[in-house]
Ligand binder design. Structure first.
Ligand code: HEM
Length: 528
C-alpha cells in the first residue's frame, strides 16, 4: 500500500515536470511563428543566439586572440555571407543590422524620425549612460532644446568664428612642438600630439580650460575618459549577456568609482564657473548651460546632471574621433606618395610658404578636403551607428518590431561595391566630381552612401568643426613638414579600441622641417 502511494506521489511530481520540460524544449527549439515577415536571420542557437558565429570568425583567423575582435569587421563578414539586412541576437539582445547603402538610404529617408533615438545599454544614472545626457536622450523636447543650444552657441557657423582663435592657438602650439621634435630629430606618435591638440580645443571651447595648462585637472579628465571608456565596454558586454536580468530589476552595475570621480571634478568646474563670472574670458559652453539652467523663462529646465553628462559626452564624442581621423589620413598620405605630392602642390599654390594655413583657406583646398573625406570613408572612426526603431515599420519589405535596436555598419556601407567603384582603393578623386543641376535624387543618394558622421536628425552636429580641425591639422603637416617613417610603408592594420576604429600600430614618424620657421614667424609678426 505504502509503495502504491509512493508511486502515485512520484507520478504527481513527474508528470508536471515532464510537461514543464516539454514546454522548455518547445520554447528553446522552435522558432516563433509570426504572421509578419521578419528580416532574415542566420542559424542561431538557444540562449547564445548568434554569438557562435563570432567564435567561427575568430577560429578562421591565422591566430586566435580574443581581443582581436573588431566588431564592424565581424559584422561585415556576417552580412557578406547572409545579407545586408539581418535580424541578429547576441544572447538575449536582438538587433537589426544594416550593411548596404540601399537599405541605409531607405532607413534615413523613409524612417529618419522613427530611428532618431538610441537604446542605451543601461540607464544606470552614471554620467555615461544617463538618458539625461544628449547623445543618449530620446528624440523629443529635451533633445531638440539641447541641439538648438549646441548649434547656436558651440558648433554653428557663427559660434565657430567666435572660437577660431582657440583653434589657431592650438595649431600653432602643435606646430611649435613638431618643430622642436624636428630640431632634435625625435620621432612623434601623431595620435598623442593630435590628442593634445583636439583635447585642448574641445576643453577650451566647452569648459574654458586647456589640458596643457593649470594644475593637471584636465589631464585627469583625459585619463578618466580613458578609464570610463574601458568601463563602458565592460558594461555594454555585460548588458549583452545579462541584459534580461536588468529588465527584471537585478542590477549588475553599481555606479563605478571612475564615474563618481568624474562627477566630483565636473561639479567643481561648475562651481568655479559660478564663482568667477566670465569677465576676462570668452563665454564657454559651461557658462551658456549654467545661464540656461538658472533662467526662469527657459524653454526647457536643464539640470546639473544634464550639464555634466553633456560635457562628458562632448569629450567622448569629440576627441578620439577627430584624433583617429588625423592619424588615418596621415597614414594614407604617407603610403601614397603621388597623392602626397598633389596635395602639397595644392597647399603651396593656395597658401604659399610665408604664412601658416588658416581655417579660411579650407574652401579653396578641394583636394585636401577630398583626401580627408576618402580617409574617413575607408576608416570611419565610428564604424557602427547605434539607433532604435521607436515604432514598428517595414524595411526592405520586412517587418521590424518597435523598440528593436538598429546598428548601421557604416564601415560596410562605405565599402559597398554596388555604389563605390573599387571600394578598397584610396582614391580621393572620387570626391572631386560634382553633379550638374537637376540631379537632386542622385545627389541625395551620394550623400546617404557616405556616412562617417551618420545622418539625419541624430547625425553628428560637429561635422563642420571636425572637418575644420582635421583639415587645418593635415594642411599644416603637409605645408610645414616632411615625415620620415621606419620601413617602406605604414602598417595599416586596424583595431577597435574604446568604441572607435583606430590603428593597431600607432603611426610614428620623425618630422623634418620643410618651411623655415623664420618665414612663418616673420609673416606672423607682420600680420599682428
Ligand atoms: C572626425 C571627427 C568625428 C566623427 C567621425 C564623428 C562621428 C559621429 C557619429 C558617426 C555620430 C553618430 C551619428 C548618428 O547617429 O547618425 C556622432 C554623434 C555625435 N558627435 Fe561626432 N564625430 C566627430 C567629431 C565630433 C566632435 C569634434 C564633437 C564635439 C565636440 C562631436 C559631437 C557629437 C555629438 C554630441 C554627437 C551626438 C549627436 C546626437 O545624438 O544627436 N563629434 N559623431
Amino acid at each position: 500500500m505504502a509503495s502504491i502511494i509512493t508511486d502515485e506521489c512520484q507520478n504527481l511530481i513527474l508528470i508536471p515536470l515532464c510537461f514543464f520540460a516539454f514546454l522548455c524544449l518547445i520554447f528553446f527549439f522552435t522558432k516563433p511563428t509570426h504572421s509578419v515577415r521578419l528580416p532574415p536571420s542566420p542559424p542561431s542557437l538557444p540562449i547564445i543566439g548568434h554569438l557562435h558565429h563570432l567564435l567561427f570568425f575568430l577560429l578562421d583567423k591565422p591566430y586566435f586572440y580574443i581581443f582581436d575582435i573588431i566588431p564592424h569587421v565581424f559584422l561585415h563578414m556576417l552580412s557578406s555571407k547572409y545579407g545586408t539586412l539581418l535580424l541578429l541576437r547576441a544572447s538575449f539582445f536582438p538587433f537589426i543590422l544594416v550593411s548596404s547603402a540601399s537599405v541605409a538610404y531607405e532607413i534615413f529617408t523613409a524612417h529618419d524620425v522613427n530611428v532618431s533615438s538610441r537604446n542605451p545599454p543601461t540607464n544606470d544614472g552614471s554620467l555615461l549612460f544617463d538618458t539625461s545626457g544628449f547623445v543618449t536622450a530620446p528624440y523629443g523636447g529635451h533633445f531638440k532644446f539641447m541641439k538648438k543650444l549646441i548649434v547656436t552657441k558651440l558648433l554653428g557657423p557663427n559660434a565657430q568664428v567666435q572660437s577660431r582663435s582657440i583653434r589657431t592657438d592650438e595649431l600653432e602650439r602643435l606646430r611649435g612642438n613638431l618643430l622642436d621634435k624636428a630640431r632634435k630629430k625625435e620621432s612623434v606618435e601623431i595620435n598623442k600630439e593630435a590628442r593634445e591638440l583636439v583635447g585642448n580645443i574641445v576643453a577650451r571651447m566647452t569648459m574654458g580650460r586647456s589640458f596643457t595648462e593649470e594644475n593637471g585637472d584636465i589631464e585627469s579628465i583625459l585619463s578618466l575618459v580613458a578609464k570610463a571608456n574601458a568601463s563602458k565596454i565592460k558594461i555594454t558586454l555585460s548588458v549583452l549577456i545579462f541584459g534580461q536580468l536588468e529588465k527584471l530589476g537585478i542590477s549588475w552595475f553599481k555606479k563605478r568609482r571612475v564615474f563618481k570621480r568624474f562627477d566630483r571634478l565636473l561639479e567643481r568646474f561648475l562651481e568655479e564657473h559660478k564663482e568667477k563670472p566670465n569677465k576676462d574670458r570668452c563665454m564657454d559652453m559651461i557658462d551658456v548651460l549654467l545661464a540656461v539652467s538658472e533662467a526662469e523663462n527657459a524653454e526647457y529646465k536643464t539640470t546639473r546632471n544634464n550639464i555634466k553628462t553633456f560635457l562628458v559626452e562632448l569629450l567622448f564624442g569629440g576627441i578620439d574621433t577627430s584624433v583617429n581621423s588625423v592619424q588615418w589620413t596621415m597614414a594614407e598620405i604617407i603610403n601614397n606618395p603621388i597623392i602626397a605630392e598633389r596635395l602639397r602642390e595644392e597647399v603651396d599654390s593656395v597658401v604659399g610658404k610665408s604664412r601658416l594655413i588658416q581655417e579660411t583657406d579650407l574652401p579653396n583646398l578641394p583636394y585636401l578636403q577630398a583626401v580627408i573625406k576618402e580617409a574617413l570613408r575607408l576608416h570611419p572612426p565610428v564604424p557602427i551607428i547605434p539607433r532604435a526603431f521607436n515604432q514598428g515599420c517595414t524595411v526592405g519589405g520586412f517587418f521590424v518590431p518597435e523598440k528593436t535596436t538598429l546598428l548601421v555598419n557604416v564601415y560596410a556601407v562605405m565599402r559597398d561595391p554596388n555604389v563605390w567603384e573599387n571600394p578598397l582603393e584610396f582614391k580621393p578623386e572620387r570626391f572631386l566630381t560634382s553633379l550638374s543641376s537637376g540631379q537632386e535624387e542622385e545627389r541625395k543618394r551620394q550623400v546617404l552612401k557616405y556616412l562617417p558622421f551618420g545622418s539625419g536628425r541624430r547625425g553628428c552636429p560637429a561635422s563642420s568643426l571636425a572637418y575644420t580641425i582635421v583639415g587645418t591639422t593635415i594642411g599644416m603637416l603637409v605645408q610645414c613638414f616632411d615625415w620620415r617613417i621606419k620601413g617602406e610603408k605604414v602598417n595599416m592594420d586596424e583595431c577597435f579600441k574604446e568604441f572607435t576604429q583606430t590603428m593597431a600600430y600607432p603611426l610614428t614618424f620623425t618630422p623634418v622641417t620643410r618651411i623655415s620657421t623664420f618665414d612663418l614667424e616673420n609673416s606672423l609678426n607682420l600680420q599682428t
